[in-house]
Design a protein around this ligand. Structure first.
Ligand code: ATP
Length: 337
């Protein structure tokens, strides 16, 4: 399958007079295959929005290579811009326009038939509210309107930065169905989100970024498998628990008690657990695999598992000292971004 997005060794440093240099992307790589829903995950400040802004020509990279539909960007953006839709920062709408008027205006600018407006309003579940003014919309409705604007040109690729932001549970489910529906119709979707269970449900593949670098990528199942330690939840009668722990430890398995049961790691064949215990007259009441979910994998890989009593800095990027006076002064464009 062809790669719709390819990013190689992308570097981006922000420079500000107040804070000096800040490395946002530190040699980041990503590939998104055609027809997939691809999740883009990372802790706060890890570089997701910077990646998307750089890919779309809204910020300039220090170095690295990027391709959309096989064409180098930002140079080829004018040639491919009609093939993708993106919502990277909360778009601003005219407050006194209705949703429909907003979309009609954009459709006209893009040379699209007005009939497309009704289609996209329907797609994002806003058909009934389309004739109300934007200023009466909730955050979630504005989010849907934003998605509708990105869908107007029936893009082959849709890039959504935190599309579930502000949506209630029903809205999140609708967004999920919308994204899956687009993929089923042949579109490619890149979606960044902090909602890991959502990503696990809707994405075929993921890229996880931490401190401006890719730390994991691939089909969701493969990424989950990297952290699969063969853990099983083992239940025995209360009286047998200590003995079971001893037996399993003696058999070379790791054993940690949890909520009246034992978490046993390093199990390549579950039959071994029942064999070890059964041969000593200890009988199982439960034996179930503990497969990692995306949230636990994410927390482990990015090193952001909360530790009771400690606070994690909210921003992951690396500060660098202000450049020595001999270095070239930062460009005005960089300072303003
Ligand atoms: N315009 C800017 N000027 C200076 N620093 C910036 C600018 N935009 C982003 N940064 C910094 O770059 C780093 C990466 O930010 P970015 O917004 O890309 O992260 P993110 O992964 O999208 O975070 P979040 O999940 O919180 O949205 C952060 O340290 C951020 O403070």
């Amino acid at each position: 399958m062809a790669a719709v997005i390819e990013i190689e060794n992308l570097r981006k440093t922000y420079v500000s007079l107040l804070r000096g240099k800040r490395v946002a992307l530190n040699g980041f790589d990503m590939q998104v295959t055609a027809g997939q829903v691809h999740g883009f995950l990372g802790p706060n400040g890890s570089g997701k929005t910077t990646t998307l802004r750089t890919l779309l020509g809204l910020a300039r990279a220090d170095s690295g290579r990027m391709f959309l539909f096989g064409q180098p960007v930002p140079q080829a953006l004018p040639a491919v811009v009609h093939r993708f839709g993106a919502i990277v920062e909360s778009p601003q709408f005219f407050r006194n326009f209705t949703g429909r008027r907003t979309l009609s205006l954009l459709a006209r600018v893009g040379g699209l038939p007005d009939a497309r407006v009704d289609q996209v309003l329907e797609l994002v579940g806003m058909r009934e509210r389309g004739d109300e003014k934007v200023k009466t919309y909730s955050l979630g409705m504005k989010q849907r309107l934003a998605v509708a604007t990105a869908l107007l040109k029936s893009p082959e690729l849709l890039i959504l930065d935190e599309p579930a932001n502000g949506l209630d549970p029903a809205g999140i489910r609708e967004m999920r169905d919308l994204v899956r529906g687009l993929a089923a119709a042949g579109s490619t979707v890149l979606v960044s989100s902090h909602l890991l269970d959502e990503i696990e449900q809707i994405c075929d593949s993921v890229t996880i970024i931490s401190r401006g670098k890719r730390v994991a990528a691939g089909p969701v199942a493969d990424v989950l498998a990297t952290q699969d330690k063969g853990e099983h939840l083992v239940g025995v009668r209360d009286d047998d628990r200590d003995r079971a722990a001893e037996l399993l430890s003696a058999a070379g398995l790791s054993v940690v008690p949890r909520d009246g049961r034992l978490v046993v790691g390093g199990v390549s064949d579950p039959a071994r657990v029942s064999e070890v215990l059964g041969s000593a007259g200890v009988w199982l009441t439960e034996l179930s695999p503990l497969t990692p979910d995306l949230e636990s994998v994410f927390l482990t890989i990015t090193g952001t598992t909360p530790e009771p009593g400690t606070h994690r800095p909210v921003d992951e990027s690396r500060d660098e000292p202000w450049p020595a006076p001999t270095e070239a002064p930062a460009k005005a464009e960089e300072l303003s971004q």
